[in-house]
Design a protein around this ligand. Structure first.
Ligand code: IMP
Length: 165
């Protein structure tokens, strides 16, 4: 995905969010670290009232396979009871990390809880993630750039590319 493709798709996602949450005060929850670039570009396009918070989670497992056992490294700064919450993710692979986050945040009684993920790999889903907004569906390849890393490197690429193995 080239920078232009990303920009265009993000503009369209933001337009949908602007419409869906008109008149509301949306809390965007960025999942560190990969979602940071996407989140910043998406939020810049929002015209509704919105706030920002972050969570950092780590998944036990190998570097390319998530295990579904998730540890919270950084929790939200604010309570979300009664809030409209949108989780912003870089990529949903097995869906296990997201499923944990949905359960965890859902138990805090938000008014609404939805997900916006830039990328999804449907072939890899182990659970059926409930995704309200999706940027792009991609094949089962490991991708880097635009926030996505391989061993913490390559996040700075302005585009998304499949890593050659
Ligand atoms: P899941 O729990 O399997 O859905 O894993 C989600 C997390 O794994 C993402 O938030 C990324 O941090 C990481 N991840 C999964 N696939 C990729 C990829 O292709 N490139 C970079 N990181 C990935």
């Amino acid at each position: 995905m080239q920078s232009d493709d990303l920009r265009q798709r993000i503009r369209a996602l933001a337009a949908e969010i602007n419409e869906d949450y008109a008149g509301k005060n949306l809390l965007l929850v960025g999942v560190l670290k990969g979602a940071v670039f996407f989140l910043a570009d998406l939020m810049r396009q929002l015209e509704i009232d919105c706030e920002l918070d972050f969570m950092a989670v780590s998944s036990y497992g190998s570097s390319t396979e998530s295990s579904g056992v998730v540890r919270i490294l950084k929790d939200l700064d604010t309570p979300i009871e009664g809030r409209d919450v949108l989780i912003v993710e870089d990529i949903v692979d097995s869906g296990l990390t997201l499923s944990y986050l949905m359960k965890n945040l859902g138990s805090r009684n938000p008014a609404s809880l939805e997900v916006c993920s830039l990328l999804v790999k449907p072939e890899r889903f182990k659970v059926d993630p409930d995704l309200r907004y999706v940027g792009f569906e991609i094949p089962d390849k490991f991708v880097v750039g635009y926030g996505l890393d391989h061993a913490q490197q390559l996040r700075n690429l302005p585009y998304v590319a499949a890593l050659k193995t």
